[in-house]
Design a protein around this ligand. Structure first.
Ligand code: HEM
Length: 545
């Protein structure tokens, strides 16, 4: 639709019905449409209310029409047509950001032009929404309700003052100091992972060459995604609850079964449970959470986990370092509150780190030069040490490992897109944004924007973090050019945790194996609902070193 057509549409849906109703009310009594003036007035008020309700979004549209926006639009889909064919809008948002001239925001409309969205395209616009006016924006109520039904009222699902208070209480458990304490645990699990995978490989003997006997070694094809999922689950279990789920050894830990039942969507729910689940989404959070049929959350909230931990803390002489212990010691949470936070960490921290590890392995498998250089850095580091143990201090002295971690989180952000709704009238870069409008920000598109990262933005180049001369910004001009964990009061609380964990896992894998694609011609496609994973898994050929 052209701008003229859009303005005509607004007129048709706003002014015209009011004119019609005014004429109608003038002549209605004359033609005795209704005998009662009171009923006529009631009709009139109802009609005006209905027109106002329908017209409201279209009147708001006028406030956006001057903003840059995509040219492909239709009445039914607004501008969302291309997004529907492009999961998470990854490619669409990237194209818009790099090709539509704009100074920080691009407007795009939803169905029937009735929903208004603003795509944030520059660090300055992101700063306004995520940092300066963060509490003018909230996650969509339906999404929060859906999440709260399964993970309770933890950090992810609460808003406003409740969020501020919770964040303040949880922050110390994720402080730099505490994450340093967790590094030995990350490293030990990472080594377990490498060992368990190695034991599954086939023993082969290489061809003898002149003067050399054939050497025995282990190699095989491994689906990495499922190992990444198991390892990151075990790490989060140990770090958050102090409990080894043992899923890399295929354990049947009761809590894990419970967790899978709660968080996984593919657990074969019956039609009845689907209906009940739907009902509990529709109901307000507080009600749904305590409904007898909302059994999932009840099962996890049985409090035993916290009870056992309290007992361990009393009886064991060694200070417990897991996050649950830190939260219990803070004395800020009820037992229910603790369970909600734990489920939140599991849900927010498991799939995401598992996705990040999978993509790291993929990037190293298709960039063998980077893989070799990382291995050389690690071997060089350990050559000067008697003990092959990664500590928090060693992580600070492995610059290439740090660069790879930054770069893989930049090019393959596990959460590719997120959004917020304005809960009051606000502004972005001075532009008035009425209550009810939506902002969309795409870590995928921002992290890969040529405007922010240069012409090689799409390439995996860890070196950009080594010689950027920009204080660790990878050659970009602002920290907000990297959006993987967002920024501001609602940024990922687990960022430092993730970075340390990923470094340990990658170091263990690279020291133990040479990684290649099982089928070098295979095209790996990202897919997924909230986090992205390789659509058909990731098969790598691992050769033990
Ligand atoms: C690669 C790994 C990770 C990525 C990419 C990631 C990404 C994110 C993003 C994008 C958000 C903001 C979502 C939004 O508000 O729209 C977020 C929030 C959050 N993340 Fe992470 N995350 C990761 C790992 C973790 C881990 C390991 C934990 C905990 C152990 C964690 C806990 C949380 C929590 C609690 C929030 C909500 C924070 C708040 O609203 O105050 N995340 N994460």
């Amino acid at each position: 639709m052209s701008v003229a057509q859009e303005k005509a549409l607004v007129f048709l849906l706003t002014v015209a019905p009011l004119v019609v109703v005014a004429l109608w009310s003038l002549f209605a009594t004359q033609y005795s449409i209704t005998p009662s003036k009171a009923i006529l007035l009631l009709y009139y008020l109802l009609y005006v209310y209905a027109v106002r309700w329908i017209a409201d979004p279209y009147l708001r549209l006028l406030g956006f029409l001057h903003l840059p926006r995509p040219s492909d639009r239709s009445f039914i889909f607004g501008n969302t047509g291309p997004i529907l064919q492009d999961p998470h809008g990854r490619q669409t948002f990237s194209t818009w950001i790099d090709t539509i001239p704009n100074s920080g925001i691009i407007y795009f409309s939803g169905y029937f032009y009735a929903f208004h969205n603003v795509l944030l395209t520059t660090p300055e616009a992101l700063q306004d929404v995520l940092v300066s006016n963060s509490y003018d924006w909230e996650k969509s109520p339906s999404l929060r309700k859906l999440l709260a039904r399964t993970i309770g009222r933890g950090l992810v699902t609460v808003e406003g003052a409740e969020h501020k208070a919770q964040r303040k209480s949880v922050n110390p458990a994720f402080s730099g100091k505490h994450i340093r304490d967790l590094v030995p645990l990350f490293w030990s699990k990472s080594q377990d992972l490498a060992k368990v995978i190695a034991d599954k490989l086939d023993v082969v003997c290489s061809e003898p060459t002149a003067g050399n006997e054939g050497k025995e070694g282990r190699t095989g094809i491994v689906e990495i995604n499922q190992w990444a999922s198991r390892a990151t689950l075990d790490i989060i279990g140990l770090a958050c609850v102090g409990r080894d789920f043992g899923s890399i050894y295929n354990s049947n830990d009761e809590f894990i079964q419970q967790y899978n039942k709660i968080v996984k969507t593919d657990n074969g729910g019956s039609i009845l449970s689907m209906v009940l689940d739907t009902l509990s989404i529709i109901l307000p959070i507080h009600v749904a959470r305590w409904m007898p049929f909302s059994s999932r959350i009840r099962e996890a909230s049985d409090g035993r986990l916290v009870e056992v931990k309290r007992r361990d803390m009393e009886t064991e002489s060694e200070k417990q370092i897991d996050i649950l212990s830190v939260l219990i010691r803070s004395g800020q949470f009820s037992d229910d509150g603790l369970v909600d936070q734990l489920l939140t960490f599991l849900a927010a921290g498991h799939e995401t780190t598992s996705s990040a590890l999978t993509w790291s392995c993929w990037l190293l498998a298709i960039n063998s030069g980077v893989q070799d250089r990382l291995r050389a850095e690690l071997r060089g580091y350990f050559a000067h040490s008697n003990d092959l143990t990664i500590t928090a201090a060693s992580l600070e002295n492995l610059p290439y490992l740090d660069a790879i971690t930054n770069e893989q989180l930049r090019v393959m952000p596990p959460v590719p897109v997120s959004s917020r709704a304005a809960i009051r009238d606000t502004t972005i870069l001075g532009q008035h944004i009425p209550k009810g409008s939506h902002v969309v920000f795409s870590p995928w598109a921002i992290n890969r924007s040529k405007k922010l990262w240069g012409p090689d933005a799409e390439d995996f180049k860890p070196e950009r973090w080594l010689s950027d001369g920009q204080g660790g910004l990878g050659g970009s001009k602002s920290p907000l050019s990297l959006l993987t964990f967002l920024h501001g009061p609602r940024s990922c609380i687990g960022q430092a945790f993730t970075r340390a964990e990923l470094k340990c896992l990658l170091a263990a894998m690279v020291l133990k194996f040479k990684m290649h694609m099982a089928d070098p011609s295979e095209v790996i496609e990202p897919a997924g609902l909230l986090t992205i994973k390789p659509k058909n898994g990731l098969r790598l050929r691992l050769t033990e070193l």
